[in-house]
Design a protein around this ligand. Structure first.
Ligand SMILES: Nc1ncnc2c1ncn2[C@@H]1O[C@H](COP(=O)(O)OP(=O)(O)OP(=O)(O)O)[C@@H](O)[C@H]1O
Length: 226
């Protein structure tokens, strides 16, 4: 599902004399359906940068990032938006939502966008929120006033609502209590079982050992080492 080849990235610091910082050279990564790959490497090695390139947020200098039929490194913005709607899900560390939208609809929204009917989408959203211990009395409120941990769980519910064929997970178990961490790990295992290709950053080593089939050390792609 995911094939990355010869991927290079540098940042140009326009407000610091145009200094160019190469951060990635000839990165390669393949993830099959049903497989979960954990990105590892020291802080600053480039894990988040690679993840942002997979999602199309950071532009690649060269190389290819094939996700399904789309090369994210070259695709037009509208093709990337279509890919994100149907194929490519991303659970970031923080929830960003439109104010005043009820939590239930925030979670149901990825399903509504892919053509599911409202009743089925809300039922699935409610099921996920219940599994993640968000009390039902909160479902009609916007999550903007929720605690950090509640917002993180709403974000996870939203990320897992639609059965994306490809999922990017950025620290999905960070700062969760034991019961909710267990639920998130079960959601990841269920996604793998239905054939999702997953790339994750997990500082939680036990979580990584449990759900990841392989680890890729991005230090390998540090410029000058290859
Ligand atoms: N927007 C940016 N502009 C300039 N440099 C950046 C930018 N984003 C990342 N970098 C640089 O790229 C390198 C890799 O950063 P990245 O955040 O990908 O590392 P990481 O492995 O995810 O680290 P951590 O585990 O600490 O989150 C760092 O040297 C960082 O300073």
């Amino acid at each position: 599902m995911i094939h990355v080849e010869n991927l290079c990235k540098s940042f140009t610091l326009h407000n610091q004399g145009g200094t160019v910082i190469p951060v990635m050279e000839n990165a390669a990564l393949s993830v099959a359906a049903g497989e979960c790959v954990g990105l590892i490497g020291a802080s600053g090695a480039g894990k988040s940068t690679l993840m942002r390139m997979l999602y199309g947020n950071y532009l690649a200098a060269s190389g290819s990032i094939r996700i399904g039929e789309v090369d994210v490194a070259r695709a037009a913005p509208r093709d990337i938006l279509a890919l994100r709607r149907d194929t490519l899900g991303y659970v970031s560390q923080f929830l960003r939502v439109v104010p005043r939208v009820p939590t239930l609809d925030v979670v149901a929204e990825p399903l509504l966008r892919t053509g599911h009917d409202t009743g089925a989408a809300r039922a699935r959203a409610g099921d996920l929120l219940a599994r993640l211990n968000i009390p039902q009395r909160l479902w009609r409120l916007s999550p903007t006033t929720f605690s950090g941990g509640e917002q993180q769980r709403v974000n996870i519910a939203r990320g897992f609502a639609h059965a994306f064929p490809v999922l990017l997970l950025d620290e999905p178990t960070a700062s969760l209590d034991a019961a909710n961490r267990e639920t998130v790990l079960a959601l990841i295992e269920e996604a793998k079982a239905r054939g999702a290709a997953i790339v994750g950053i997990f500082h939680d080593e036990a979580a990584r050992a449990r759900v990841c089939d392989r680890e890729v050390d991005v230090t390998r792609f540090t410029p000058g080492l290859s």
